[in-house]
Design a binder for this molecule. Sequence first.
Ligand code: SF4
Ligand code: SF4
Length: 295
Amino acid sequence: MENNENGCCGKNNGINGLHQDNSNDSKEDSGCGCGCGYGSIEYPDESLVDNPKDVKIIVEDGFIEKFESYAHSIGVKSIGYTKVPAELIITNEPLLYTNAIVITMEMDKQIIETEPGAEAQRLNDLAYAKLGNMAYKLSDYLRENGFATQAAHPYESIVNFSPLAEKAGLGLIGKSGLLITPELGPRQKIAAILVNIKNLPILKYDEHAWIADYCKKCSNCVKACPEKALIEKESCCGEKETEFVQNLCIGCSEGCTFCIEECPFDKKGYIHIKNKFDKLNAKLMEKKNKEAKNL
Ligand code: SF4
Ligand code: SF4
């Protein structure tokens, strides 16, 4: 997706679910009235535990399982681990730690069912506050266990959450610019806890790469956008590419979610779409093989 960097509410580079521009450039653009961070709402540091004096940097066997079990018990849906690449750091301050534990939380259906406007935005802000609180709770849990942390609140824009979640293997960013995951499709919010733990279970994933091919044939999000903030156009190589026009998007200022609710991954679920996609590809392959034999 081509991304227009000028504006307030970025997709692809944004906070989950609704869209936020996390670029340093637009950070200085204060005239947008965007509701997704950048000082419009300031969330206090909710940490109850200080960083430990003697910092551990290695997790022992079994700790990750205990940590994940605690995370799920407080409402976290999925958890992934990755290094934070320099290009995904969007704060001008140096990050304290450059490994990330990335978490997702389900975006309540109520936000989806509420028309864009003040009430949708209020619900949206509540969701960010809820996920931020989860990030601080997990950060406290790690600190109590001897690890140093920096919670990355979903509204604070210190890292670019959607690509970070993609890098952590949680899903793939679709044509809408939103992260699509097996657990929640495009309907989630993302936060992270930054750590200097050296032996996080960072895995190499590519199991969601097929989503890009599915998106090529779909475009429901483009058609659903009432503000024409998603524009499809031909790229130089004859392929279609989608441009996101941030300053037209009302995702962050009015809680718009049309691109989420019209996404087949939200309507039918990841597994259903994947099975359908695989069956269709198998049929196409069969047809091609038959044609090749008849030549
Ligand atoms: S439907 Fe359009 S305006 Fe609404 S959040 Fe999606 S991109 Fe933004
Ligand atoms: S609506 Fe279609 S094109 Fe848009 S992200 Fe979802 S699957 Fe991809």
